[in-house]
Design a protein around this ligand. Structure first.
Ligand SMILES: Cc1ncc(C[n+]2csc(CCOP(=O)(O)OP(=O)(O)O)c2C)c(N)n1
Ligand SMILES: [Mg+2]
Length: 390
């Protein structure tokens, strides 16, 4: 028995040594950082814009790669769970747009604020929630980030205000948040996101007006993925220069498929807001691979060729991978290892989200209002009453 234990311990320590030395060898022949050229942003009412080169450290590169890959894999898993009828109701996926959520988060502080529309899974992850909490919310389970009662469109995290289902409705709210920051004397900015479809609504222009009048630290961000549901931007908008449509608000248009470009543009916009100059508008040119929602296959307006062209020429994950490998910031094998780890994380989270129990019926009315003492909430008829406890 003792001999057997000694043999096992020898094997284990040699494995540990090998792994440690592999990691050591792997990390010492890589560059610590590299400089990359990024696409120049188009500018509106700005004399200077974000830089056209950026320095990426190996550490940040690996971090952004893992984050984008996690968002992509999480969305593909959500697609699968939806088709298995484990996720029900609305579900809008953001695969293709990963450079937006990851690049935006990289350019702000965790204490800054973010609000977006219903295509919100990626932002929930980049704002700090785990894949488990997100997938469990999509499957309507207890551990979900809205305790299984919000679903895909209504997810929240610290300094993240959703997940909003009504097109454009989050934009006035997203002008109120920076008003609160300014009122409370906080050096914080708010990222207020909306789609190209929402960009034509009247309430957006009312929000621009108040934000400019009161010089609010608001970064209005139009994620231009070229269509609203199945309608192309050209058919919906008299001007598709979304970065100019704030008129009196300065704007910039960045490549939303390049995480480094989004990162630099966000740092620039956040510094602009923090300096007290008021709001700024940012258009991110991006692309979604899925249809509008899970009930839309998206094949009538996104041709296979178009998707293939984007995937092969401007996919955000591929772009970062090529940059990192070509500049010796990482090896193909190392990135593959990350892919394997991410797949495992997603698989574990999906299993958890399928096994976790649903919230009990008696808790249906909880967390609706933040009231003390608790009161009763009416159900679908006046005889059904639920307690509201927060
Ligand atoms: C006020 C309102 N009108 C219509 C809808 C139905 N609807 C949901 S998403 C959408 C398209 C929005 O497109 P866009 O703003 O470009 O966002 P994307 O889905 O491309 O992210 C529409 C018309 C809605 N949810 N709310
Ligand atoms: Mg759109």
């Amino acid at each position: 028995m003792r001999k057997m234990l000694a043999a096992v311990s020898r094997v284990l320590s040699s494995v540990a040594q090998k792994t440690a030395s592999r990691v050591l060898v792997a990390s010492c022949h890589f560059a610590n950082d590299a400089t990359f050229e990024i696409k120049k942003c188009d500018l509106h009412r700005l004399e200077e814009g974000p830089p056209v080169t950026t320095v990426l450290t190996r550490e940040n590169g690996l971090k952004y790669y893992r984050m984008m890959q996690t968002v992509r894999r999480m969305e593909l898993k959500a697609d699968r769970l939806y088709k298995q009828k484990i996720i029900r109701g609305f579900c809008h996926l953001c695969d293709g747009q990963e450079a937006c959520c990851v690049g935006l988060e990289a350019g702000i502080n965790p204490t800054d604020h973010l609000i977006t529309e219903y295509r919100a899974h990626g932002f929930t992850f980049t704002r700090g929630l785990s894949v488990r909490e997100i997938l469990a919310e999509l499957t309507g389970r207890r551990y979900g980030c809205a305790k299984g009662k919000g679903g895909s469109m209504h997810i929240y995290a610290k300094n993240f205000y959703g997940g909003n289902g009504i097109v454009g409705a989050q934009v006035p709210l997203g002008a109120g948040i920076p008003l609160a920051c300014k009122y409370n004397g906080k050096d914080e900015v708010c990222l207020t996101l909306y789609g190209d479809g929402a960009a034509n609504q009247g309430q957006i222009f009312e929000a621009y007006n108040m934000a400019a009048l009161w010089k609010l630290p608001c970064i209005f961000i139009c994620e231009n993925n070229r269509c609203g549901m199945g309608t192309s931007v050209e058919r919906a908008a008299a001007s598709t220069d979304y970065y100019k449509r704030g008129d009196f608000i300065p704007g910039l248009r960045a490549d939303g498929m390049d995480v480094l470009c989004v990162w630099e543009a966000t740092k620039f916009a956040a510094a602009y807001c923090r300096s007290g100059k008021g709001p700024i508008l940012m258009e991110l040119q991006t692309y979604r691979y899925h249809g509008h929602s899970m009930s839309d296959p998206g094949v009538s307006y996104h041709t296979g060729e178009e998707i293939q062209e984007v995937r092969s020429k401007s996919d955000s994950i591929m772009l970062l991978k090529d940059r990192m490998v070509n500049s010796n910031l990482a090896s193909v094998e190392e990135l593959k290892e990350i892919d394997v780890e991410v797949r495992k994380e997603i698989e574990d989270a999906a299993q958890f989200a399928t096994a976790d129990p649903e919230p009990p019926l008696e808790e249906l009315g909880y967390h609706i209002y933040c009231n003390d003492p608790p009161f009763e909430v009416r159900g679908v008829n006046q005889w059904i009453k639920f307690k509201s406890i927060s």
